[in-house]
Design a protein around this ligand. Sequence first.
Ligand code: M6R
Length: 611
Amino acid sequence: MCGIVAYTGYREAYPVLLKGLKRLEYRGYDSAGIALLNGDLNVYKKKGKVSDLESHLKETQLHSTIGVGHTRWATHGQPNDVNAHPHYSFNKRLAIIHNGIIENYNVLKQDLTNKGYQFLSETDSEVLVHFIEDVQANSNCSLEEAIRLALHQVVGAYAIVVISKDHPDTLFAARKGSPLVIGVGKGEHFLASDATPIIEYTSDVIYLDDLEIAVITKDKVSIKSLDDVLTTPYVHTLEMELEAIEKNGFDHFMLKEIFEQPKSVKDSMRGRVNAAKGHLLLGGLRDYLNKLVHAQRVVILGCGTSWHAGLVAEYLFEEFARIPVEVEYASEFRYRNPIINEGDVVIAISQSGETADTLAAIELAKSKGAIIFGVCNVVGSSIPRATHAGAYTHAGPEIGVASTKAFTAQVTVLSMMAIIVARAKGTITESQYQELLVEFENIPAKIQRILDKHAQIEYIADIFKDARNFLFLGRGYNFPVALEGALKLKEISYIHAEGYPAAEMKHGPIALIDEEMPVVFIATRDSSYEKIISNIQEVRARKGRVIVVATEGDALVEKMAEFVIEIPHTHEALVPLLSVIPLQILSYHIAVMRGCNVDQPRNLAKSVTVE
Ligand code: M6R
């Protein structure tokens, strides 16, 4: 939530910041702003998208080689010009950009108001920059010291960058709970919420850690802890390619990411699965495999789509590894007093690796002695750094707010984990193991076959685009897929949609069925096939409009459904990797046909770094 970008060096800062903000816009798109320092410290900001800011500044001379930029997802105060970042301090000598929430901002604001400070916006971020100014004035110290002292009194989460009229070539940055990456160039430095604004200039980056302050000039980065201890930063080399963060001819990132899945699933398996040699390896699991083999229970944490991937993993771990599993919403887990026993292993799933609730749930589980295993996509993000071990999903950057390729990559990695553990425990036979390995390798080509039916799904989307409600029903491994299908549709098309286990329908949702209700069944040929066929009959009997995702060649379903989307046959446990694809495509087209902003749905942001 909220994107931060900053630059100091020899280039014109404005184009660097503008391009960076466009790359970060998926993190928030309520308003955007920049501050440039060139003798004067000038702030320019606008409600709306980065393109609105760009149009607003078309005629303005914007020369400077140092500046900061921000794209906002509103927390405190409406999205408008005044609440947009950057915010000046009271004397206008400082400006701040902030991602996160200052929880005690009301107390700080009251104190500052009593001292005569006035505020223009309703934001917590403006309070913080006024507070830094006040601390410096009272302590008669350097700006770096003032930031440190101020942050010691702040409760909450932040990634901040401060720019000062009195330090014409310096950026001051700090983080706690919200990400910041420093790009290291020659005679220039970059700062951003993630690496996407940086990679076109340099692949050398430093991940700022929690409770660290960085003082950055064009030639130097100096990092200290909040306790004033100098640290030696580690420079990582990014492997990300520029192409991976561009649309490459697709209308939307979401569509590009849906179509990337044959490759992204293959990337998740690369070097890990080799059916011919009978190999299945997850390097990150090696040191902790014993813990999982002897686990009394697995607790899976995640939010949104990642939670759905966790539900798929529940079926996998229980079926193959015979370990009891509980799948928890991280946001609920963190505020309960959950019971973690010795022998429990926690798996935390997150695409971004920055979700605040998941991070907090991990910390809670750690404090109770749990071993935490992370399944994340973004390399170097906060969750992989907070866990004991983990496996990256290697899906590549996911920019569309609606998660697609991250889900299939998560399910791929979780399936591999379950099978590795099962084999080590001896709870699957060698022939089951070998059959699964072969089927893993077949999955990318099978996904491609579904993508090739894209036009047929677009046709169905056109018929149902004006529906007011949708139901998605599945059983077994396809139940989490039904939930995921409903989430995809509602978040990008704003159609009310619900996912249910198909058998639960008769306990309530069946009352919703009438001739206007589209019901999407995921009814592949597996162990619950006969049962779900009965559920389809129940909906037909009440005149619901039946769309079925079915296994290729299913003549029975063909007779019963108004529309059938066929997917190739696969091992039952791997079906979610295929059955989710038509639902992603259906949601995408319905949203586009309804004129919705698919990549930036209203009210949402890609990484939810606030609770
Ligand atoms: O980055 P994470 O996987 O932790 O994000 C979790 C959810 O915020 C995310 O899956 C969200 O539900 C997506 N918009 C779903 O498409």
